[in-house]
Design a binder for this molecule. Structure first.
Ligand code: KG4
Ligand code: ZN
Length: 339
């Protein structure tokens, strides 16, 4: 019988300081997330300098807490996995340096994980991944369709050409004077409208799996601006619903078409926007009609966490991939396959 693998995951790419211990890439032993949302709220978005400062203050405590919760000592670990990129450079550096120091002090191997691979592997903590699969990664920083024919092999078939979906959600929310992060507020409001505003659908060239949300965002801003100039009363729920309808329709249609073209056995979603009720319902309905298994991990695994980094890091560790003490934060890291 082969030995169990315990990986300590560390995530600091944006505004969550997180550490987690995962067993064999599938079982969460501990999962600690210190969110900074309260500190960024009053600025209406993540302020990189503030994020870095929080990470510095929290990282040691969060790692200690993850080990305590797991009831483990460092010598019981097999490896340390850390988000190497993409993300905010100052924020990434803190996680990477903490991981290097921890690995060096305890003589453990280290692996550097791509943040999106982490989001995809969050699914493995909730159910078995079936290949070939299609992953929709939709968050504050990313909107991507990734095809995988086996573990560790990523083919990005579509991505956003401008704003990420969550970013557009947050900006539209801001114009409606909703608090940061705005996604959940728009989602809630959208369900209160029975007269959604008709905003455009951005499909791009025929056959493209790429996304674009900045034009839609501008349409919403123009609509608000024109209404204000005319002195018209705007119903926020109708704007929220119109915006959400446009996002949901395009994202669902592209995901469905990609799943058909690539003949996948499973479709998974990940990232903060995957928590959106309208999007979930639309994707669930579309794939139920198609008969393709569709899965979204629980909300706590959709948003940034370190268990997903440990889960992805476990596969890399098993494949013999190792980082070293020269590792650095890579803000623009590309999603390379591991094989
Ligand atoms: O994955 P995540 O925690 O962080 C990134 O890696 O970006 O995603 C955060 C994003 C924010 O933009 C937030 O507004 C959005 O996810 N979000 C939602 C919902 N819940 C969170 N967007 C739409 N509907 C929601 N229910
Ligand atoms: Zn993320």
């Amino acid at each position: 019988m082969s030995e169990d693998i315990y990986v300590l995951g560390i995530e600091t790419s944006c505004d969550e300081t997180a550490a987690s211990v995962v067993k064999n890439g599938i079982e969460i032993i501990s999962n600690v997330v210190a969110s900074q949302i309260e500190s960024h709220k009053r600025f209406g978005g993540v302020v990189p300098e503030i994020a870095s400062r929080h990470h510095v203050e929290q990282i040691t405590l969060v790692i200690e807490e993850a080990l305590k919760e797991a009831d483990m000592v460092p010598a019981q670990l097999s490896a340390v996995a850390v988000t190497e990129g993409p993300g905010l450079v100052g924020a990434l550096l803190i996680g990477v340096n903490a991981a290097k120091a921890f690995a060096f002090a305890h003589q453990l191997p280290i692996v550097g994980v791509h943040h999106i691979a982490g989001h995809i592997y969050a699914n493995r903590l909730a159910q078995e991944m079936q290949f070939p699969l299609l992953a929709l990664v939709i968050s504050g920083g990313h909107t991507e369709l990734v095809y995988m024919n086996e573990h560790g092999h990523f083919d990005v078939i579509g991505e956003t050409r401008d704003d990420a979906a969550g970013e557009a959600y947050d900006k539209v929310a801001r114009t409606l004077n909703l608090p940061y992060p705005g996604g959940p507020h728009i989602d809630r409001l959208a369900h209160e409208s029975n007269k959604p505003v008709d905003f455009p659908r951005v499909w791009l060239e025929e056959g493209s799996y790429d996304f674009s949300f900045s034009g839609l965002k501008s349409s919403v801003l123009n609509y608000m601006h024109n209404a204000a100039q005319r002195g018209d009363q705007v119903e926020p729920a109708d704007v929220a619903a119109g915006f959400q309808n446009s996002v949901v329709e395009v994202v669902t249609a592209k995901t469905l078409r990609a799943a058909e073209q690539y003949k996948v056995k499973q479709v998974i979603a990940a990232g903060g926007v995957a928590a959106n009720k309208g999007l979930r319902a639309s994707l669930e309905k579309a794939f139920a009609e198609k008969g393709t298994p569709f899965f979204i991990p629980p909300l706590s695994l959709c948003t940034d966490n370190a268990a997903m980094i440990a889960a992805a890091g476990t596969i890399m560790y098993e494949k013999g991939i190792r980082g070293n003490m020269a590792m650095n934060g890579r803000p623009g890291m590309e999603m390379d396959s591991w094989i």
